[in-house]
Design a protein around this ligand. Structure first.
Ligand code: LER
Ligand code: MN
Length: 268
């Protein structure tokens, strides 16, 4: 797998400067979570030029902002605004050859789910969600993907585990909509992280890295050996993006993480 890092957790600078920094520490990809109102064509061009200028690829691009996470909003206007925002992200991913992600929703849950994990999306909502998947599938081009990210029960109501996300992809019969495995969310929701990876196989097109406590890999209790072995077994050779807290000297920490995974990969 190729290591990537979320741009917003890197020291201030231009996108190109951040990518140069990543290249220096042996990373190959960068993820960009952009505010739509601050975005322009010049920044898209800067991302398109990243490979040739820095050797780092923008592997993940998502417009965040207030409409993000409202795909299933009961207010149809809000829902349409969210769908259109995601489609704008996909358009940029098409140019970059990058992935974008979606959840059932993205907001703090109220009431908090205490003892009821794995709520199942009702049939009528599934129909709507599957239509949205198909709409995204029709705009994504080869080289780009829209991915359903399994997200923990405190941040979204449904689609908490990878099996439920896979069910949606399979039911939609989508070609450019697949799965994102975020090991932080998985550490909360999955029974067996490695087995979930094996069960989803080549539907996994992107990975988010964070330990069980969302600290850097190696600083929680995730069994990374079994997870990396499972990724290797499914032939995963795409990007794995750091989406976690990084503390201490950043350069030292990124080099440590690079070695952490290289050592594990060499062992399995
Ligand atoms: C949020 O917790 C998360 O994991 C992000 O990837 C949301 O898109
Ligand atoms: Mn994530």
């Amino acid at each position: 797998m190729k290591l990537a890092c979320t741009e917003s957790i890197l020291p201030a600078g231009s996108l190109t400067q951040k990518a140069e920094f990543l290249h220096k520490v042996g990373f190959e990809g960068m993820s960009v979570f952009a505010e739509p109102e601050n975005w322009n064509d010049k920044l898209t061009q800067e991302l398109l030029d990243l490979d040739k200028n820095t050797g780092v690829h923008c592997c993940e691009f998502v417009f965040m902002g207030p409409d993000y996470g409202h795909l299933m909003d009961k207010d149809e206007k809000k829902q349409r605004a969210a769908i259109d925002l995601y489609k704008e992200s996909i358009a940029i991913c098409n140019e970059l050859g990058a992935i974008c992600e979606m959840e059932y929703q993205y907001c703090p849950q109220d009431p908090l789910p205490l003892f009821d994990p794995y709520l199942k999306m009702p049939e009528d909502e599934q129909k709507i969600f599957i239509d949205i998947i198909k709409e995204f599938d029709s705009v994504a081009k080869d080289g780009a993907y829209m991915l359903i990210e399994g997200c923990n029960r405190y941040e979204t109501k449904y689609l908490n585990c990878l099996a439920d996300c896979k069910d949606m992809v399979v039911k939609a019969g989508a070609k450019h909509v697949a799965l994102l495995a975020d090991f932080f969310h998985m550490s909360i929701e999955e029974i067996d992280l490695a087995q979930s990876v094996l069960d989803c196989g080549e539907l996994i097109k992107h990975v988010h890295l964070g330990d069980s406590n969302r600290l850097a890999p190696g600083k929680g209790h995730t069994d990374w050996k079994s997870c990396v072995a499972a990724l290797k077994k499914i032939g995963y050779d795409r990007y794995a993006n750091l989406e976690c807290n990084l503390s201490g000297d950043l350069e030292t920490e990124l080099r440590r993480i690079k070695k952490f995974y290289s050592d594990i990969e060499a062992e399995c």
